[in-house]
Design a protein around this ligand. Sequence first.
Ligand code: 3Y8
Ligand code: NAP
Length: 251
Amino acid sequence: MVPNLLVLGGTTEAAALCRELAAAGIGGTVSLAGRVARPAPQALPQRVGGFGGVDGLIAHLRDNCVTHVIDATHPFAVQMSRNAVAACARAGVPLIALTRAPWEAGPGDRWQHVPDIAGAVDALDRPALRVMLAVGRMHLAAFAVHPRHFYLLRLVDPPEALPDLPDRHVVVDRGPFDIAGDTALLRRHRIDLVVSKNAGGEGASAKIAAARALGLPVLMIDRPALPQRSETHDPGEVLRWLGHAGADLGV
Ligand code: 3Y8
Ligand code: NAP
């Protein structure tokens, strides 16, 4: 069949996959939630906004004659991934996830693993520190229970309102980030501790390497559990999977 893909995007890997699909002349659409004001342009036609839960996604698959779904969302985008598994199973549309391996601590890393955002908040119940809180905008309010710390916040968009973190500095920037830049940022703000999701991949890893270089501890937020589905870390495997799943790739 002639493929008509739906790529659930929002990551570096999704953007790279879209470039490969477009170069191969494979038709599809990349989808974003609409979390940020000016999403980066993508190599495939883009749709922005939720589908309306599982039923909304099923209707989207049907109404747009989607032949295959590639879930290339962030490992912390668990609701989207759960919905994709449920919708594709009910609609009978093949699904594969393009993910990236979690980071693993190496020599020189001083990581304390916590299970989730709440675990990171609990782990900050200690005397005043200077904390780089690079977990985005959506979870900042949870940290307001520990106002004594200085927080270096990095956000994609200028914040309309910020939770009650009285001692903070906001950096508005979007990744992918680089090690030299993040090392300078940690130094400039005399950071004692970095809080990070275990995003994996390259785009968010600079702050982890910078913390290692500066001998700083990291509160590493482990990934939430994701539903069982076909997964790969390799965009080339996605193209092979498409061929095996009946897509006529014209090659
Ligand atoms: C809207 C779409 C690309 C994609 C780039 C990746 C790398 C750079 C690093 C830090 C950590 C953080 C955050 C981060 C990174 C990539 C990737 C990644 C982390 C964009 C994008 C969208 C989003 C949504 C945004 C979240 C936020 C998370 C900032 C595009 C730029 C912290 C994740 O303001 C908000 O509401 C922001 C929300 C979800 C997490 C949060 O809870 O706040 N990403 N990020 C996507 C959509 O609408 O569907 O414009 O490109 C994409 C990228 N952000 O093309 O190279 O692949 O992970 N994104 C984290 O890792 O903790 C920043 O500052 O060090
Ligand atoms: P989430 O909590 O898993 O999803 C919440 C709802 O947002 C979903 O049920 C869906 O709404 C909508 N949604 C999420 N991703 C979507 C997409 N790609 N296209 C269309 N709708 C989407 O999602 P999230 O963690 O907020 O992540 C949102 C986006 O940011 C995703 O594209 C993700 O890849 C990207 N991102 C997230 C993080 C992170 O730390 N969470 C980091 C980097 C990038 P409906 O139920 O209405 O369909």
